[in-house]
Design a protein around this ligand. Structure first.
Ligand code: HEC
Length: 389
């Protein structure tokens, strides 16, 4: 009897063995391990080893996990404590207020938020842009433009303040001295896309439970782009998130979007998600769903840190909400490699060639065309800087 039982136990183990062996890599504890994810964000060396060992896609998800911690509940996520670019590149080119002392939203915004019953202890996101990098806008299914916001972590912010490139004067000085910009390895920037809810209950009901929703506002502008002093205030739903950081000199490029985007905006995905990424998406989204996280509704579209594949073919990556109209010719790393400034010609034009033809650079960087331009280390949003007079 006893031997028979032992035999059965052993037989059970033998049958389970293949599963036991594969368990460590799929266990939720390994997938959602915020300490490990935090290390992969704060330790550029750890991120680089994962990347060079073939773990690019896994690293992309780990960054998403840490940046969106706490993964459940209403408390602000890690990235919501980062600095909005609207408070760094100021209209008068003045130095930004120190880290941690981001100016409060305008009084009119707070007053409207109170009236709407929004929780004013939570962050307010200034969704200050509705144009994509080709200068075009994307419409949602509610007759409004999709909105955008760029945020940076403290190491990025410190570098911008120290080098004084928050205004044009600083960027011009760097170009005159032929000093290429060089952000630290732990610099992070994100670009997010948003479906505007405002105070519309129908849109809210449609998106609630599917999207991560925050307090938000933006300034209304007149026909020539000048703020009117009037603000739109309400809620907005996170539809997409680009994440970049610099464990390698050409940065590492990652993009996520909500799985319901195609039902809510006028743009659908045109590039395939690779089978490897699809498998990772199932693993992470399953784990997030198991813990009741809203982020289970987000999928990674892919990652990029090389210009071309082993056959020399340009690598592409796009987010349907952020590179809507040019997904088929979107290479994050190539387009951003042209981020540069020349005292004579201004910023390098990555979209239109001099003759008026439209060019989206993919593959190896067009270095011959960039002679005379001072490289700005892949950071295109430095274009937002103004002159301090
Ligand atoms: C055709 C050129 C182009 C392509 C392709 C492109 N971007 Fe950008 N990106 C820009 C421009 C221009 C800005 C600045 C936008 C602004 O200031 O509003 C920007 C801003 C950003 C930012 C904010 C920080 C910064 O560098 O300014 C991030 C992060 C970002 N892009 C990530 C990505 C990712 C990830 C991809 C690929 C999925 C991508 N981009 C594809 C042109 C491009």
């Amino acid at each position: 009897m006893r031997i028979r039982r032992l035999f059965l136990v052993l037989l059970g183990f033998a049958a389970l063995a293949p599963f036991i062996l594969t368990v460590p890599s799929i266990r939720a504890a390994d997938t959602i391990n915020t300490q490990q994810a935090k290390t992969l964000v704060s330790d550029a060396g750890a991120a680089k080893s994962m990347l060079t060992a073939g773990g690019a896609d896994e690293l992309g998800w780990q960054w998403f996990i840490w940046l969106n911690t706490p993964l459940t509940g209403v408390d602000p996520k890690v990235w919501e404590g980062w600095r909005q670019s609207s408070s760094v590149y100021l209209p008068n080119g003045a130095p930004p207020s120190p880290w941690g002392q981001e100016p409060a939203p305008p009084q009119a915004v707070i007053a409207a938020a109170r009236q709407q019953g929004l929780n004013t202890n939570l962050p307010f996101h200034n969704l200050d842009s509705d144009v994509q990098s080709d200068g075009l806008a994307l419409r949602d299914n509610y007759h409004q433009n999709v909105r955008y916001q760029i945020l940076m972590n403290q190491d990025t912010f410190n570098y911008i303040v120290q080098t004084k490139v928050y205004n044009m004067n600083g960027q011009q000085a760097m170009a005159q001295a032929n000093t290429p910009l060089n952000f630290p390895a732990t610099a992070f920037e994100i670009k997010t896309s948003w479906i505007w809810i405002g105070t519309n209950k129908d849109i809210l009901n449609k998106l609630q439970g599917k999207y991560y929703i925050v307090n938000a506002y933006y300034a209304l502008v007149d026909a020539s782009g000048v703020p009117t002093g009037v603000y739109q205030v309400g809620r907005a739903a996170l539809s997409g998130m680009h994440i970049i950081a610099k464990p390698v000199p050409q940065w590492f490029w990652v993009t996520f979007q909500n799985v319901y985007d195609a039902q809510n905006t006028q743009s659908t995905n045109q590039l395939p998600i690779s089978p490897d990424v699809q498998q990772l998406n199932r693993k992470y989204r399953g784990a997030l769903q198991g813990m009741g996280s809203i982020f289970a509704n987000y999928q990674m579209m892919g990652t990029q840190w090389q210009f071309v594949d082993s056959a020399g073919k340009p690598l592409l990556l796009a987010n349907s909400q952020i590179e809507s109209a040019f997904q088929g010719s979107s290479s994050c790393v190539t387009c951003h490699s042209t981020a540069s400034y020349s005292v004579q010609n201004g910023y390098f034009n990555q979209v239109k060639e001099q003759d008026g033809g439209i060019t989206y650079y993919t593959g190896e960087p067009p270095t011959d065309k960039m002679k005379g331009y001072n490289p700005q280390d892949f950071v295109w949003s430095l274009k937002r800087a103004q002159w301090q007079r």
